[in-house]
Each structure stands twice: as structure tokens, then as C-alpha cells.
Design a protein around this ligand. Structure first.
Ligand code: AKG
Ligand code: FE2
Length: 199
């Protein structure tokens, strides 16, 4: 299929549609976005409820949108800020490649290897039947794990690099879970932007 980016890699996974674009943002841009977002985003740490117990979420987050719609997951409801120029520029660049338009960006800041994102699918009702999720990595590279919900032998590990884009669509969220595991290595901060369509 024709693609504007020659440098991309379609993962060969059943019941999924996942594409990785390692050099989506050029290095100078990726570096400056990292600094800008690290210093200017109003990062917050919410409490989540897991099996009736309250925990501080193991990362910081922020929500931005074009339509003011809140986003609820894991017993949290986040209220959005209005998009900034930088978040809009990246959104438009992703829209060209994905041929999809996004309303919302959920940002994650993983402060070190103790910060993580547990097994889940992005399958909230407001994301529609087949959610399209476009995920940008800035800063520290981290492993991204995928596992099939029912075929336990199907798993995949991918290193998400600085300036990369990971695009998940189709039936991916129906059949697969994903996570960013903790690591014992001494590592630095990673910022992740996940663009979504919220109706
Ligand atoms: O940090 C990442 O790459 C994944 C984030 C994620 O899965 C989410 O926010 O739903
Ligand atoms: Fe996710």
C-alpha cells in the first residue's frame, strides 16, 4: 500500500492492525517537543481503583481535546484542556499518515522505570467500535508488550523509540491487551502522547 513514510513496519499479528513508524518525527523536533511538554504540560497524578483498592496511578497524565469531552477509564474521569499549537501540529502530521482525524490526546509521563501502564485494551465505548489509537514516544525508549486475549501463546514485544509513532486500529483492541512494564534498569523520563477519537 502507498504510504508517505517509507520507513514503517506492519506487525504480523493475527486479529490486529498495528504499524510502527520509527522515525516519524525528526530528531531535532522530537528533542524540542520533549523539553516543551516536560516543562509546560500540567501533569497530574490521579488515584485509580483496582479490585476496590485505591492506588496512585504509576505515571503522570494530562488530557487535551478539540471538543471538550471528558475521558473516563479505570474509575477516573479526566477533564480536557484545549489543544496547544505543538499538540495540534503533531495531530495534523499523524492525520496525514493515518487518514483519520483525532479529537483527543491523552499524555503519559513515565518518570523512571518504576512508572508503568498495566495490561489493558483501549476499548472504552466513546472510542467507537474499532478504536484508532496513534501513540508517539518522546525521550526514554520503553518496551511495549502485546498479548492476545484468548490465544495465550501469542505475544509480542516492541521497543518504542524516541520520535516514533505506533498506530493501532481495526480489531486490535478487541483481541489484544497491551502494557508498558516496569523495568529495574536506571532509566530516564518518557513522554507518550496517545491520540484518540472520542465521540
Ligand atoms: O505509553 C504507552 O506507550 C502506552 C500508553 C497506553 O497504552 C495508554 O495510555 O492507553
Ligand atoms: Fe493503551
Amino acid at each position: 500500500m502507498h504510504n508517505l513514510f517509507s520507513d514503517f513496519h506492519q506487525l504480523v499479528l493475527p486479529d490486529a492492525d498495528v504499524t510502527y513508524y520509527p522515525n516519524f518525527l525528526d530528531l531535532i523536533k522530537a528533542d524540542s517537543y520533549f523539553e516543551e511538554f516536560k516543562n509546560t504540560i500540567p501533569w497530574q497524578q490521579d488515584d485509580i481503583k483496582v479490585f476496590g483498592k485505591i492506588y496512585a496511578q504509576p505515571r503522570l497524565t494530562a488530557l487535551y481535546s478539540t471538543n471538550g469531552k471528558p475521558y473516563s477509564y479505570s474509575n477516573i474521569t479526566m477533564q480536557p484542556h484545549n489543544f496547544t499549537k505543538e499538540l495540534l501540529d503533531i495531530k495534523e502530521k499523524i492525520e496525514v499518515v493515518s487518514k483519520n482525524s483525532f479529537t483527543t490526546c491523552l499524555l503519559n509521563l513515565y518518570r523512571d522505570g518504576k512508572d508503568s501502564n498495566g495490561w489493558h485494551a483501549d476499548n472504552e465505548k466513546e472510542l467507537g467500535e474499532n478504536p484508532v489509537i496513534a501513540s508517539i514516544t518522546l525521550g526514554q525508549e520503553r518496551y511495549f508488550h502485546l498479548k492476545h486475549r484468548t490465544q495465550k501463546e501469542l505475544k509480542y514485544k516492541l521497543l518504542l523509540e524516541h520520535g516514533s509513532l505506533l498506530l493501532m486500529k481495526g480489531t486490535t483492541q478487541h483481541h489484544w491487551l497491551h502494557q508498558i512494564p516496569k523495568t529495574a534498569k536506571p532509566i530516564s523520563e518518557r513522554i507518550n502522547l496517545t491520540y484518540r477519537v472520542l465521540t
